[in-house]
Design a protein around this ligand. Structure first.
Ligand code: NDP
Length: 284
């Protein structure tokens, strides 16, 4: 049973999940903090998410990260036991099972904000920013409130289906958010562009006018990999001052989950450097 005196088990649940870098990240956090971590991947059949979580908890499971395609199901599973940021996101990426139940949190948004602030030079670096958020899926929804909490001034959400962008703008009113189609973006000055679509998975270009990137201090793709994504290549060519992929967000959201479960927030910079070196080595 969970809740015993030992360190318990942790993991990341998804389908597929074998590729996840989370076990490497939490192992590195454990070495750094001296906390013994048993953290593994948990592959759940798409129709058996809740049963797989229950088995994990009954087998001394204390905490789970949740990845595709289960973040919304995890939100539903928690009933009312949700942190304010999980409520705002409408999705859960962190389950806290230390008392034998399941409570949900969402650390993706604060993870993104922490990485943007690192790249832009400090905690006040997003203050007053005009942000273009591209995409209107689950991760886009999860980052809106944390970006405003970090002090951005206004946001445009652009999606290939503009009605989905408009629905997000309504959901997060009265924050100053405009909705647009991808083709409508252009001729405006954005400080920060965040690609929260899965277009980069397929190597697809986004049909966004080059002028949208021209003044950007940072163009950021939530997707990460050994090579720059097509979005980052296009942003750089169009004049964005800095580009970065989502590996830093992945490490930051993991550090925030670690804080939830273990009460201490590990240093992220050495773990990000380790993962980046491992990704680079896959190209050698
Ligand atoms: P969802 O499936 O919920 O949303 C995907 C979004 O991308 C939808 O708005 C979809 O539009 C849009 N989209 C897909 N293909 C295209 C395209 N070719 N052109 C324009 N829009 C497109 O996924 P998530 O929001 O959960 O994830 C998005 C990305 O973020 C993924 O690559 C994921 O790996 C990454 N991610 C990274 C994290 C990190 O820690 N670095 C954390 C979370 C996510 P439509 O609705 O019309 O289909």
């Amino acid at each position: 049973m969970s809740g015993g005196g030992g360190p318990g088990r942790f993991g990341v649940i998804g389908h597929p999940v074998a590729h996840s870098l989370s076990p490497q990240i939490h192992a590195a956090f454990g070495r750094q903090t001296g906390i013994a971590i048993d953290y593994r991947t948990v592959d759940a059949p798409p129709d058996a998410f809740a049963a797989t979580v229950r088995r994990f908890v009954d087998d001394d499971g204390r905490g789970l990260n949740v990845t595709l395609p289960f973040k919304e199901q995890a939100h539903a599973l928690c009933g009312g036991r949700l942190s304010p940021r999980a409520v705002a996101a409408g999705a859960v990426n962190t389950l806290d099972c230390r008392d034998g139940g399941v409570a949900g949190d969402n650390t993706d948004g604060v993870g993104l904000v922490a990485d943007l602030q690192r790249l832009l030079g400090g905690v006040s670096s997003l203050a007053g920013a005009n942000v273009l958020l591209i995409g209107a899926g689950g991760s886009a929804r999860g980052v809106i409130a944390p970006l405003f909490d970090a002090g951005i001034d206004r946001m445009t959400i652009a999606a290939r289906d503009p009605s989905k962008a408009a629905a997000l703008a309504v959901a997060f009113a009265p924050r100053p958010i405009e909705a647009a189609s991808l083709a409508q973006v252009g001729g405006q000055r954005f400080d920060v562009l965040v690609n929260a679509t899965s277009a980069s998975l397929a190597g697809a270009a986004l049909p966004i006018d080059a002028s949208a990137y021209a003044q950007a201090r940072l163009a950021y793709d939530l997707m990460y990999g050994a090579q720059p994504t097509r979005f980052l290549v296009d942003a750089s060519a169009a004049g964005a001052a800095t580009t970065a992929d989502g590996l830093g967000m992945l490490v930051e959201q993991a550090a925030e989950s670690f804080l939830v479960w273990h009460g201490t927030r590990p240093e992220t910079a050495p773990v990000l450097a380790l993962l980046r070196a491992r990704l680079d080595a896959t190209l050698a």
